[in-house]
Ligand binder design. Structure first.
Ligand code: 5GP
Length: 209
């Protein structure tokens, strides 16, 4: 295998994960660092502005079930009432071609990959506060109330799992969070210790609010 790595990134809805990942992909592209985002398969309907094969491969629940049966996915999970999965072939072909890959997956998917004999780095992105998280989920504008509440409940459940990851980043200052993520991915900086005291204390405070 070439010198490529797998980065598993999780964060609750409304943490600003996608913007952070996009800024890091942009930076990597400019500095010719071979890094891409894995495109998942989902049964979710496309949102306004989302296109097939670009944001996701949008497929029917029947097709998803067929792919699942044929072991097409390296991991798959039901998230917020829809199915999501990562193609084994997609991941393998990128890594074999020397391209590092970001998998933006939920905690269930992360745990599945963790149980495989694979090398990876894991990163959990934390919101600066529960209030900020609520605000962002509500302001997304593309969800009904039931969906907002479901995402909020799931977000709180996911936060409890943050310490299962080897790195945690607080998305308080976007620039700082983006810098840290970029440094972890390009290994410009030593990886943050999993039990970094300040982060653990911050997480405990977040969970008690
Ligand atoms: P959204 O519907 O907002 O694009 O994504 C909802 C959630 O599904 C996010 O937490 C995202 O990380 C997760 N997700 C997206 N793709 C995958 C995937 O391939 N596998 C898993 N396990 N989760 C995914």
């Amino acid at each position: 295998m070439k010198n490529s790595n797998l980065f598993l990134i999780s964060a609750p809805s409304g943490t600003g994960k996608s913007s952070l990942i996009n800024s890091v992909l942009d930076r990597a592209h400019k500095s010719k660092f071979p890094l891409e985002l894995s495109i998942s398969y989902t049964t979710r309907k496309p949102r306004v502005g989302e296109t097939d094969s670009n944001h996701y491969f949008f497929i029917s629940p029947e097709e998803f079930a067929r792919k699942k049966e044929s072991n097409f996915f390296i991991e798959h999970a039901e998230v917020h009432g829809n199915w999501y999965g990562t193609s084994i072939e997609f991941v393998q072909s990128k890594l074999d071609n020397g391209i590092s890959l970001i998998l933006e997956i939920d905690v269930q998917g992360y745990r599945q990959i963790k149980s495989l004999a694979l090398a990876y780095e894991s990163i959990f992105i934390l919101p600066p506060s529960i209030g900020a998280l609520e605000e962002r989920i509500k302001n997304r504008g593309d969800n009904d109330l039931a969906s907002i509440n479901l995402r909020l409940e799931n977000a709180k459940k996911e936060l409890i799992c943050a310490s299962e990851y080897s790195n945690m980043i607080i998305n308080d200052s976007f620039e700082d969070a983006s810098d840290t993520l970029y440094q972890i991915i390009t290994q410009e900086k030593a990886i943050i210790e999993p039990n970094d005291k300040e982060l653990e204390q911050f997480l405990a405070k977040l969970l008690s609010s």
